[in-house]
Design a protein around this ligand. Structure first.
Ligand code: TMP
Ligand code: MG
Length: 216
């Protein structure tokens, strides 16, 4: 292959329901890739540290209210304000692991069943953002999620929302390319092995497939 410094990094997105173990798996994947000699960065959305992120945080905690469309666009804007940084990191050879992305963005908003906020409407502001080289979807049953401690206190962390979110994730990932659907109900080790193998395959294919693409 090419020398490491001329190779771009990979954009790896990890998606899933609450309690699927996204954050732990991102951490394990980061360790695995670092050991292989990759330069790795971990980021998560929403990024609650920016001014837009602070508005989102206050909404999620229930301290403020927002129109469904308005908060949707803020979540998207929160990705756009970080997008350039992601592109620069990838171009300079850093592999970026992203905990939640546009897929959570469209699915959580559309799960509200607001008649003027369809999946289609929700996708529009995502068009043009960096497109992941692979999206890992960590699926978990409601029963397993309940065993792992049930719901937290934030907005969306309730049975009705999570059920619709699960269905919508399935809907969008069924017809999507570059997605690996992973049964996150298995043990942490088994799940991380599956993730490692999907990501290793993705990185092996990357050498020849050129620049980072954009969501369309
Ligand atoms: P977190 O628990 O991973 O910090 O995510 C907070 C919540 O925000 C979670 O319920 C999913 C939701 N969310 C959206 O509604 N839209 C988005 O674009 C993202 C990234 C997350
Ligand atoms: Mg959460």
């Amino acid at each position: 292959g090419l020398p490491a410094q001329t190779r771009r990094g990979a954009l790896i997105v990890v998606e899933g329901l609450d309690r699927a173990g996204k954050s732990s798996q991102c951490e394990m994947l980061r360790g695995f890739l670092s050991e292989q000699g990759h330069v790795v960065k971990y980021i998560r959305f929403p990024d609650r540290t920016t001014p837009i992120g602070k508005l989102i945080d206050s909404y999620l905690r229930g301290s403020s209210h927002q129109d469904d469309h308005s908060i949707h666009l803020l979540f998207s804007a929160n990705r756009w304000e970080i997008a350039k940084g992601i592109e620069e990191d990838i171009a300079s050879g850093t592999t970026v692991i992203v905990d939640r992305y546009s897929y959570s963005g469209v699915v959580y908003s559309a799960a509200k069943a607001n008649p003027t906020l369809s999946l289609d409407w929700a996708w529009q502001p995502e068009i043009g953002l960096p497109r992941p080289d692979i999206c890992l979807f960590l699926g978990i049953s409601p029963e397993e999620a309940a065993k792992r401690g049930g719901f937290g206190a934030e907005r969306y962390e309730n049975e009705a929302m999570q059920t619709r979110v699960r269905q919508l994730f399935q809907t969008i990932f069924e017809k999507m390319q570059d997605v690996a659907i992973i049964d996150a109900g298995k043990s942490m080790d088994e799940v991380s092995k599956e993730i490692q193998s999907a990501v290793t395959g993705c990185i092996a294919r990357l050498d020849t497939c050129g620049a980072l693409r954009k969501l369309e």
